[in-house]
Design a protein around this ligand. Structure first.
Ligand SMILES: Nc1ncnc2c1ncn2[C@@H]1O[C@H](COP(=O)(O)OP(=O)(O)OP(=O)(O)O)[C@@H](O)[C@H]1O
Ligand SMILES: Nc1nc2c(c(=O)[nH]1)N=C(CO)CN2
Length: 173
């Protein structure tokens, strides 16, 4: 049997965009701590971090959210990265209740390089990112030229198509 002894496996490093949101508890502390948790995971580096934005909740009536986005350099494949995000959500007390209901931490995998993935448990690009000002405003701050591969538009073009009046910069963030 042929065995390769000298081949060092070097996983490819890819860029991935993540959306963060919180509207229960001390949201600023939760979002900063979740970002630090991600940065501490082997195979993940934070390349860019947006400001935080106070945003009116989309969905059932509930308190305003704090939202932001980060760009990661990852050596993990998309399912593994999603698993990491779900584990961190649980660590910060996320309890899944009603759809689009309030939560202490929501982490969405928005983009992974230029990949399109459509499986029952993972869709990339995130299927609702194009319509969400609370995602597009922070993402446009750090990745205006990233092409959303389904629409064929870059983020700075997508953000112009949505109403951003309910998204306000958290001063000092
Ligand atoms: N790109 C993605 N990012 C995060 N979760 C995803 C993605 N694609 C599919 N999922 C699935 O969605 C589930 C998360 O659903 P969740 O309860 O967070 O939805 P939501 O935040 O209420 O709504 P929305 O998806 O519209 O933000 C995960 O368990 C995961 O399997
Ligand atoms: N403004 C805002 N609204 C939301 C958000 C969010 O992060 N920000 N997340 C939701 C669940 O995915 C539902 N509604």
């Amino acid at each position: 049997m042929f065995t390769k002894h000298n081949a060092e496996f070097k996983p490819k490093i890819q860029a991935s965009a993540i959306a963060l949101g919180s509207n229960i508890g001390d949201s600023l502390t939760i979002l900063e701590a979740a970002t630090a948790e991600l940065a501490a995971i082997p195979g993940i580096q934070i390349q860019a971090k947006s400001s935080w934005y106070i945003t009116k909740a989309v969905g059932p009536p509930q308190p305003d959210y704090l939202n932001g986005c980060i760009i990661l350099q990852v050596e993990l494949d998309p399912p593994k990265l999603l698993e990491v995000l779900l584990t961190i959500e649980q660590k910060f007390g996320r309890v899944r209740q009603e759809r689009w209901g309030p939560r202490s931490l929501d982490l969405d995998l928005l983009l992974y390089d230029d990949l399109i993935i459509d499986t029952p448990t993972l869709q990339i690009p995130h299927p609702r990112m194009q319509e969400r000002a609370f995602v597009l405003v922070p993402l446009a701050e750090i990745a205006p030229d990233w092409l959303e591969p389904i629409s064929g538009y870059v983020i700075r073009e997508l953000v112009k198509k949505v109403d951003c009046s309910d998204v306000h910069l958290l001063k000092g963030s």
